[in-house]
Design a protein around this ligand. Structure first.
Ligand code: ADP
Ligand code: MG
Length: 270
């Protein structure tokens, strides 16, 4: 049965080449929050480690077709996407073989456009209102594909001493993609994650990031919260594992802020 039409798709790449900054956690929980308020959401797991797939309770035996098949063998996203526990949320899973894509695509024409080309059908069907791409911790061809396919980049930053380090490189990559592959690409926002209010360094980092990125930085700050880190081992978004915990509440607030920003973007796109 064809799915009901929804509003035009917005594609957000969740990217930061540093590992462990909260990309996957942020992607999963924003997707869960959006699905909970009735949006049709697709999470694209673009990390060969498959943390988003595991964290959403899709074990390897349920990943019949993956992003690898979509990028390399022309399998449609509609055929590869798996339903998650949340009715409004589907997952395009990944497996370790995804790490071979860089080498296997070699100098293939449109190697940077593989994901964008696959998403064209999804955009045309209008079966989703949001797709979030959980990028790997690297600025490799997978991240380039994500940025080329995306409308905007969402950058999670961990509140730690080296938070701003490496961001120059990330911003340079965004500019590079903008200059050649995807002129419309924007920075959707910067999210401060794993904030520890007992640590004065966290507050200092938050101030520095706001100074640097101004109102691109979301008001909502995600606190360090043990419930958030436990949730993936149960294959559930924190929002489902423990809705009341401070981390889930913060992600709900962040999603509300994100929707407000997106509403402005959608309105100006018309
Ligand atoms: P990335 O995708 O950038 O590598 P993850 O989202 O996987 O980062 O997060 C790295 C680790 O930190 C994971 O073990 C995750 O469970 C944990 N984590 C992420 N966000 C929080 C948080 N707000 N509070 C506590 N732990 C967190
Ligand atoms: Mg990750």
């Amino acid at each position: 049965m064809p799915e009901a039409k929804t509003k035009p798709l917005r594609v957000l790449a969740v990217a930061n080449q540093k590992g462990g900054v909260g990309k996957t956690t942020t992607a999963i929980n924003i997707c869960a929050a959006l699905a909970a308020v009735g949006e049709k959401v697709l999470l694209i797991d673009a990390d060969p480690q498959g943390n988003a797939s595991t964290g959403l309770g899709v074990p390897r035996h349920m990943r019949a077709k993956t992003l690898y098949d979509v990028l390399m063998d022309g399998v449609s996203i509609a055929d590869a996407a798996v339903q998650t526990e949340l009715p409004g949320l589907k997952l395009l899973p990944s497996e370790p073989d995804l790490s071979g894509v860089e080498l296997e695509l070699g100098q293939t024409p449109r190697r940077s456009f593989k994901l964008k080309d696959a998403l064209a059908a999804v955009r045309a069907e209008e079966s989703y209102s949001y797709a979030l791409i959980d990028c790997p911790p690297s600025l490799n061809l997978l991240t380039i594909n994500a940025m080329t396919a995306a409308d905007a980049v969402l950058v999670p930053l961990q509140c730690e001493f080296f938070a701003l380090e490496g961001l120059t490189q990330l911003m340079r990559t965004v500019e590079l993609v903008k200059g050649s592959l995807n002129p419309a690409l924007q920075i959707q926002g910067v999210v401060l994650t794993m904030y520890d209010r007992r640590n004065s360094l966290s507050a200092q980092v938050a101030r520095d990031v706001r100074e640097h990125f101004g109102d691109k930085v979301y008001e909502t700050i995600i606190p360090r919260n043990v419930r958030v880190s436990e949730a993936p081992s149960f294959g559930k978004p924190a929002l489902i594992y423990d809705l009341k915990c401070s981390g889930s509440q913060a992600y709900l607030k962040l999603a509300r802020e994100l929707v407000t920003r997106e509403r402005v973007e959608r309105a100006s796109a018309v």
